[in-house]
Design a protein around this ligand. Structure first.
Ligand code: THU
Length: 131
């Protein structure tokens, strides 16, 4: 458990643009080089265009040249329980994080759940399409 990574995610959540759901989400991605890239959810009045915090962090990280990731923390300060990544984010995270990478999520720093990418997305396949 990396509490500092979770606190970074909680900080990112304070910058959420979520005027429609009022549900702030922050993500902190630990890169292979030890740096941390943040993301937050960015909503749109055309609701389907909303970008989740996790994908926001992945896009920012890839855009700044990062390709290796060790872990991700997700903070949902407006929930009363730990909220794991949505299905779309699980798929996108599995594109870049290895199956044994840790995913921490929680509403508060004293209630963090932890699992691996493989646990979030079992029976993952088709990585060989890249070759
Ligand atoms: N949201 C995320 O940022 N990540 C998730 O994994 C679940 C949902 C955002 C999208 C939307 O802005 C708000 O939370 C409510 O669904």
């Amino acid at each position: 458990m990396d509490k500092a990574l979770f606190l970074a995610a909680a900080d990112a959540a304070t910058r959420s643009y979520s005027p429609y759901s009022k549900f702030r989400v922050g993500a902190a991605l630990l890169c292979g080089d030890g740096s941390v890239i943040l993301g937050t959810n960015v909503e749109n009045r055309s609701f389907g265009l909303t970008i989740c915090a996790e994908r926001s962090a992945i896009v920012a990280a890839i855009s700044s040249g990062k390709r290796e990731f060790k872990a991700i923390a997700i903070a949902t300060p407006d929930s009363t329980y730990a909220v794991g990544p949505c299905g779309a984010c699980r798929q996108v995270l599995s594109e870049f994080l290895p199956p044994d990478a840790l995913v921490e999520f929680g509403s508060r720093a004293d209630d963090i759940q932890c699992c691996t990418i493989a646990e979030l997305l079992p029976h993952d396949a088709l990585h060989d399409l890249k070759t």
